[in-house]
Design a binder for this molecule. Structure first.
Ligand code: ATP
Length: 203
């Protein structure tokens, strides 16, 4: 019988700039579950997401996904959305999303106009991304999650800059992802509007 995918970390240690940020961290999430990573400023929430995304190397411990595609690494199964929106201002909204879809692995499986409609910016499809408001830029970043399906969403303060309707829209997208067997790890200082289990870093 195939097990449901499970993300786990065991005895994870993070060192940045020669200073230990956290050590002995353990966590797990099974398919359909969301972890809310909380903790004070500087506790290491962003660092943990970057460790899982493979953008930083752990100073110790293990991070893995079991029960999913064995030949893929954790980063290959993950989307990482950081604080910055990582958009090219001179390219149109459509071109930005097409770039990300190609970069993340072989074109979209969901048409670009559909993805943009789902995040509420279909009307801006041909605008240069540089013309977008902060909330619209965030919505365009979120559209990446839909354009290229991946098991694990790593989200750093994903609702920052979103208005109330945008937060509700994104909560709906996260719920759909979880209902489809996805996993979410989100660093947050506030509620995400979905059921989460808390992973608190630091005191
Ligand atoms: N490039 C770096 N070099 C050295 N130290 C770093 C670097 N980036 C972050 N740090 C340090 O690592 C620690 C954890 O930072 P991190 O950004 O992970 O915290 P955080 O919990 O996400 O904080 P916040 O709630 O403010 O976003 C902080 O003390 C920070 O100064």
């Amino acid at each position: 019988m195939q097990l449901a995918p499970r993300l786990f970390g065991h005895d994870v240690r993070c060192v940045r700039g020669g200073r230990e940020v956290f050590a002995g961290l353990a966590f797990e999430a099974v398919a359909g579950e969301a972890l809310a990573v909380t903790g004070h400023n500087g506790a290491g929430k962003t660092s943990l997401l970057r460790l899982i995304a493979g953008l930083l190397l752990p100073a110790g411990g293990t991070i893995a996904i079991e029960g999913s595609e064995a030949e893929l690494t954790v980063p290959e199964q993950a989307h990482y959305l950081g604080h910055r929106d990582a958009l090219k201002p001179a390219l149109s909204v459509r071109e930005n999303l097409a770039f990300w879809a190609d970069f993340l692995g072989g074109g979209t499986t969901r048409p670009i106009p559909d993805c943009l409609a789902a995040v509420g910016i279909a009307h801006a499809i041909d605008l240069p991304a540089g013309y977008l408001s902060a909330g619209q830029r965030r919505r365009l970043s979120l559209a990446r999650l839909l354009a290229v399906p991946r098991l694990l969403w790593l989200l750093d303060e994903p609702t920052a800059a979103l208005d109330v309707a945008g937060q509700a829209m994104f909560a709906g997208l996260m719920r759909e992802h979880l209902a489809g067997g996805g996993l979410i790890v989100a660093a947050t200082h506030g509620p995400l509007g979905i059921d989460t289990r808390e992973l608190r870093i630091g005191a």
